[in-house]
Design a protein around this ligand. Structure first.
Ligand SMILES: NC(=O)c1ccc[n+]([C@@H]2O[C@H](COP(=O)([O-])OP(=O)(O)OC[C@H]3O[C@@H](n4cnc5c(N)ncnc54)[C@H](O)[C@@H]3O)[C@@H](O)[C@H]2O)c1
Length: 264
C-alpha cells in the first residue's frame, strides 16, 4: 500500500520520501513504484521525474518541512502506536499525520500521537493507483482544518474522498464485509452457486466485483479477522459463517493460496 500511495503522490507532482526500515524491502518498494509508473506511462500518463522520490531508512530521517505523513506499516496496533508516537514527537504540530489503517480505531491510535488534532485516518484502497476512493476517518480530536487539508490532498491525486466518523469498520469495511458474509451464508444455504451470487451483484446491482470474488481477493483470513472484530464491536450480524472458518482452517485463503470460493 505504501508504494501505491507514494506513486499517486509522485504523479500529482509532490516530492515523496518513502520510509522503509528494512533495506531489501526499501529497494523492493522503489522497484514497485517504478513499475507502477512505467505502467501508467504506457497508458498515457505524463512522465514523472524520479528525482522527486527518495528512500529513507527510518522515520528519524523525515525532515520537519513535510506537509503530511501517511503511515502504512502492518495492521498491528502496537507497531502503529510506536511509529505514530515517534513521528509525532519529531514533526511540528502543523504536519498532518495520517494512518492507512483498514480497521483500527483512530481514537485508540490518537492516544499515542502528540498533537492529536492533526491526526486522521486516510484509508486507501487496493490497488491504490487504480482505485478511486479514499475514506477519510475523523477521530474525536481531529480538527476541521486537518480534515479539510486531507480532502484537498486526496482531490489533488485525482481521487474522491468520503469523510466518516471513527467507528468500527468505518463505512467501507462495515458495508463490504456484511455483504460478503451474507453471500457466504447464501452459498452455505445452497441458494445459488458462487458465480451466480456474484453475478446477482455485478450485473443486477452494478457492483464492479461480486462479494465472493472480492473476499477471495482480500483474503479469507483477513475477512475472518475483520468479521470477528466487528462481531465483538457491533453484534452477531457480523458472526463469521461456518463455511468461512472451515475454508480458513483448510488453508483456502483465496487468490493468495490459489483456492477460495474460486480456483485461481
Ligand atoms: N493490503 C490491502 O489490501 C490494504 C488495503 C487498505 C489498507 N491496508 C492497510 O495498509 C497497511 C499496510 O498494509 P500492506 O498490505 O501494505 O502491508 P505490507 O506488509 O505489504 O507492508 C507493510 C510495510 O511496512 C514496512 N514496515 C514494517 N515496519 C516498519 C517500520 N518500523 N518502519 C518503516 N516501515 C516498516 C514493511 O517492511 C512493509 O514494506 C495496513 O494498515 C493495512 O491494514 C491494506
Amino acid at each position: 500500500m505504501g508504494s501505491g500511495i507514494a506513486q499517486v503522490f509522485l504523479q500529482a507532482g509532490s516530492r515523496v520520501l518513502l520510509v522503509e526500515s528494512d533495506a531489501a524491502a526499501g529497494q523492493a518498494a522503489i522497484a514497485r513504484v517504478e513499475d507502477g509508473l512505467r505502467k501508467a506511462l504506457a497508458k498515457g500518463a505524463p512522465p514523472v521525474d524520479l528525482a522527486r522520490l527518495e528512500l529513507l531508512p527510518s522515520t528519524d530521517a523525515i525532515p520537519a518541512l513535510v506537509d503530511v505523513v501517511v503511515e502504512a506499516v502492518p495492521e498491528l496496533p502496537e507497531l502503529k502506536r510506536d511509529i505514530l508516537g515517534a513521528i509525532s514527537r519529531a514533526l511540528p504540530p502543523d504536519c498532518v499525520i495520517a494512518t492507512n489503517t483498514s480497521s483500527i480505531s483512530i481514537d485508540l491510535l490518537a492516544d499515542s500521537v502528540e498533537s492529536p488534532e492533526r491526526f486522521v485516518g486516510a484509508h486507501f484502497f487496493n490497488p491504490v493507483p487504480v482505485s478511486r476512493l479514499v475514506e477519510i476517518v475523523r477521530g474525536a480530536r481531529t480538527t476541521d482544518d486537518t480534515v479539510a487539508r486531507c480532502v484537498e490532498w486526496i482531490g489533488s491525486i485525482g481521487k474522491q474522498s468520503i469523510v466518516v466518523r471513527d467507528s468500527p469498520g468505518f463505512a467501507s469495511s462495515r458495508l463490504g464485509v456484511l455483504l460478503g458474509l451474507e453471500a457466504i451464508r447464501m452459498l452455505e444455504d445452497g441458494v445459488a452457486s458462487a458465480e451466480d451470487i456474484d453475478l446477482a451483484m455485478t450485473l443486477g446491482y452494478g457492483h464492479a466485483t461480486g462479494p465472493l470474488r472480492s473476499t477471495d481477493l482480500v483474503g479469507l483470513d483477513v475477512r475472518l479477522a475483520i468479521a470477528e472484530y466487528l462481531q465483538g464491536e457491533l453484534g452477531d450480524r457480523f458472526a463469521p459463517p461456518a463455511l468461512l472458518r472451515r475454508l480458513v482452517d483448510e488453508g483456502s485463503l483465496g487468490r493468495k493460496t490459489g483456492q477460495g470460493f474460486y480456483s485461481w
